[in-house]
Each structure stands twice: as C-alpha cells, then as structure tokens.
Design a protein around this ligand. Structure first.
Ligand code: SF4
Length: 457
C-alpha cells in the first residue's frame, strides 16, 4: 500500500501538485533534438538538470543519451551563462564534431534571462561555429508547460531551419510528434507504402533503437539530416500528427514558407489511422495499397473477435494530450468506457476534445489538463475502473487498487520493448489490443473460480 495516504475525499487544489503527470520541458527538447542526424543536444543550465534529463531518457529508451551542458556554477547563476555557452559551443565543435548543436534552456538560465539567439549570434561573429555547422535553440523553462511543450518548441526550431529556394521538392513533411522510435519507423513504412515522398522530422528511429554492434558511435546513423530540414520549406505540404507536439512547427512552415499544413491526430487506433492513411492517399492521388488494406482488415477482425471481453470495461488513462486523444477515441470505438483521463500538460482544448469524443458515454467522464496522478487515484477510489493505461508511475495506483495495468506512453522505466514495437498504425493497433486483452484476460483467469477457469476463449 504505497499510496495508502491518498484520501477518497477530493479537495480543490490550485497551487499544489502531487505526483505530477508530466516531466520537465528540456526532456522533450532533448528527445526531439536526438531526432536530427549528427545532433548533440545541449542543456544551458547546471549539470544537475542535464544529468536528470539524460538519465530519464536513458531509462526509458535503454540507450546511452549523449548531451552537453553549460555547467553553471555560482558565477554563471549570478552574472549569466553567456561565457559558458560560448566556451561550450567552441569545445563541442572541436571535440565531438556534431553537425548540429541543439541548445535548450532550463529554469535557471531562463530566470537569469539569457538570450540564446544573441549568444548564438556572438558565437557566429567570433567564428566559433564552423562553416556548414548549425546551432539551433529552444526556450524551455520548466516552470511552465511540460515535456510535451519542450518537444514542440524544439521541433519548431527545426522548422525554422527551412531555407525555401522557391522550387518545390515534391515531398510532404511529416511531423510525427512524440512517439517511440519504432512508431517513427512504422509511420515511414506506411508513408512509403502509399507512395508519398516525404521528410519526417524529428526521426529518432535508428538513433534510440539502434542495434548493439560492439562499436560505439557518438552519432548513430538515423535522424533527419540538416539538408532535409533545410528543404522542408520547399515541400508541397505538411502533415502534423498531434496538435500539442507538431502543430507549431507545421504552422510556422505554413506562414513563413507557404507550405500548407493539415493537423491530424496521432495515428493510434482504427479511426485516427484511417484519417492518416486517407490524408496520405489524397496527397499521393492514389488508392490505398492492398498491404495496408490487409493490415486494417486484420485489426478489424481482432476487434470483432475480442469485443466481448472489451465491452463496457471502464478505463483510467494518464499521459500526454496527443496520445490520450487518439487512445480515448480508440477505446470508445471498442465499446470500452474511458472514465478518468488526466494529462499534466496544460491546454483547455484537451478537455474540450475529450468531451467531444466521449459525449455518448453512458456516464460522465472525469477529464483534466494540468492534473496529477494523485487526483487520478482519488477519482479511481471514488469510481473504480477495470484497467489503467499510462506510464510507469501508474504501477503504484495499479498495485494499491489491485488493477490490471497497460504501460503506454512516457516514461516507461521498468519494462522493455516499447522502442521496438510500434503502437501507431493498424499493426500498432493490433499490438495495443493484444496488450489490453492480455492484462484483462490474465485478471479474469486469476479471479475465476475453478469451474469457470477456461482453457479456450
Ligand atoms: S524542473 Fe527546471 S531545475 Fe528542475 S531539472 Fe527541470 S529544468 Fe532543471
């Protein structure tokens, strides 16, 4: 009973967060930056921040995460970190030779008021940025937003690298949002099956799910190249997957480079994947290839076979807005009943969207943006559910309330496989269903009296 002090009675809280359902902005900025080929993320702040961000990503992706830091001490904390940053840019290009340094701020450097764009200009004027190399930056103070907003801000900085030439490249920009490396790989597979030439950014596949070869590579083979990022301004359009993670970058390219954008949901589950495939089909001016139609049919078959075990099961969800919106829609389409939904990321639009998706539910749905896990636990105590879906931290609630639990989202610190098995697309939908059914049927077996302990479904 680790959370035995969580009371059932819910008191209104405005300033206090207990067990946050989010983590800090720079973690998102760092993850996004790792999706650029040859990029070294750089944390402009103290060493402790950088160590925390790296270790969180390492624990989730089970890969060593390289990142540099401005290493603030007392002096930089008082007088500003400009000198540290200039020294860092010089050192990093000299020692590690990345293609890009992607700098993000932290609470401390933002509070001091360091201006990254000005520091970058000074570094360029002093010849500290070698020809052909890039420094990009994102403002990510962690006292606002969440890891999701940090991710989005860094992705927008990537869009700002666009250098339109006036000649279209016939490609479509795909901004996948914060999904696993395997999801990025799966999105690329679907895009290429439909036959759409594309630039996917960021792209952490081949970076954070690379094989063990016995040879250390500071910069693995994957990632969107600088040349690709520069040509995003010449693309014929952008498909941004997820309002929170991807729309800022897409709208920047739309406004500044006249690359029209469509913002779609992340392709988790049947309907959101249908919309994604349809958007690709329209861009390519073609029909849906048989291979994709086959995968869709397999997902529909599995749903119809397993519907009896999913029907009316109540679910509590915690995670990031873009993922939760698509997952809630998927659960509703399975005749399951999302009951409590919490994200730690701010955004009133989230609550509105979830209410639209769940408007035909037979009960009122509890939904909160900028909420926390403590509130989720209280809701569950007051109105129990059959299943929790969310990140690793849900395991405490699952244990205390004796609930089946599916790990999905970020971070997953205590299991493996999420970086290799996609949950986007139709194949990903099959994987999600398998995970959900697995824990529900394990629970049914555990609790079944002997005369109902079935061998065959
Ligand atoms: S919350 Fe702020 S101070 Fe703490 S690790 Fe994140 S960036 Fe650093």
């Amino acid at each position: 009973m680790l959370l035995r002090h969580t009371p059932e009675k819910i008191s209104e809280r405005s300033a206090l967060v207990i067990n946050p359902a989010k983590t800090c902005q720079p973690i998102g900025a760092m993850y996004a930056a790792l999706g650029i080929h040859g990029c070294l993320p750089h944390s402009h702040g103290s060493q402790g921040c950088c160590a925390y961000h790296r270790s969180t990503l390492t624990r989730h992706y089970k890969e060593p995460i390289s990142a540099a830091t401005s290493s603030f001490t007392e002096g930089a904390s008082v007088f500003g970190g400009s000198a540290n940053m200039l020294q860092a840019i010089n050192n990093i290009f000299t020692v590690y030779e990345p293609e890009v340094i992607a700098v993000h701020t932290t609470c401390l450097s933002e509070t001091i008021g360091d201006d990254l764009k000005q520091i970058k200009k000074k570094a360029a004027n002093e010849g500290k940025i070698p020809p052909g190399k890039e420094v990009i930056s994102a403002s990510t103070p962690s006292y606002i937003g969440s890891h999701v907003t940090g991710f989005s801000t860094m992705v927008r900085s990537m869009a700002e690298m666009a250098e339109p030439t006036g000649k279209k490249n016939k490609k479509v920009n795909i901004i996948p949002g914060w999904v696993e490396p395997a999801d990025m790989e799966e999105i690329k597979r679907l895009v290429s099956l439909v036959g759409v030439p594309s630039i996917l950014f960021p792209d952490t596949s081949g970076v954070l799910n690379s094989p063990l070869t016995g040879e250390y590579k500071m910069f693995p083979g994957g990632g969107t190249t600088v040349a690709e990022l520069k040509s995003t301004g010449d693309s014929i359009g952008t498909l941004a997957l997820g309002e929170w993670c991807s729309s800022d970058a897409a709208r920047y390219l739309d406004t500044k480079c006249k690359v029209p954008c469509s913002v779609l949901d992340m392709p988790f589950g049947l309907k959101a994947t249908d919309r994604f495939i349809d958007a690709l089909r329209i861009v390519a001016g073609t029909t849906v290839p048989d291979e994709i139609a086959m995968e869709r049919g397999q997902l529909v078959d599995m749903i119809s076979d397993m519907h009896q075990y999913l029907y009316q099961k109540k679910v509590a969800l915690v995670g990031d807005p873009d993922q939760l919106i698509a997952m809630t829609e998927f659960l509703v389409s399975l005749d399951m009943q999302p009951l409590h939904i919490v994200t730690g990321t701010p955004g009133k639009k989230f609550e509105k969207r979830i209410r639209e998706i769940t408007k035909d539910m037979p009960h009122e749905v509890n939904v909160k943006a900028k909420g926390d896990m403590f509130l989720l636990h209280q809701w569950i105590k007051n109105d129990p559910v059959d299943l929790i879906i969310g990140n690793t931290y849900c395991k405490y609630i699952a244990r205390d309330e004796d609930l089946p639990f599916v790990r999905w989202g970020f971070p997953i610190l205590d299991r493996q496989g999420h970086q290799y098995f996609p949950t986007v697309g139709y194949k990903g939908g099959i994987r999600l269903l398998e995970k959900i059914l697995g824990v529900l049927l394990d629970r049914q077996d555990r609790d079944a009296p002997e005369q109902k302990f079935e061998l065959v479904l």
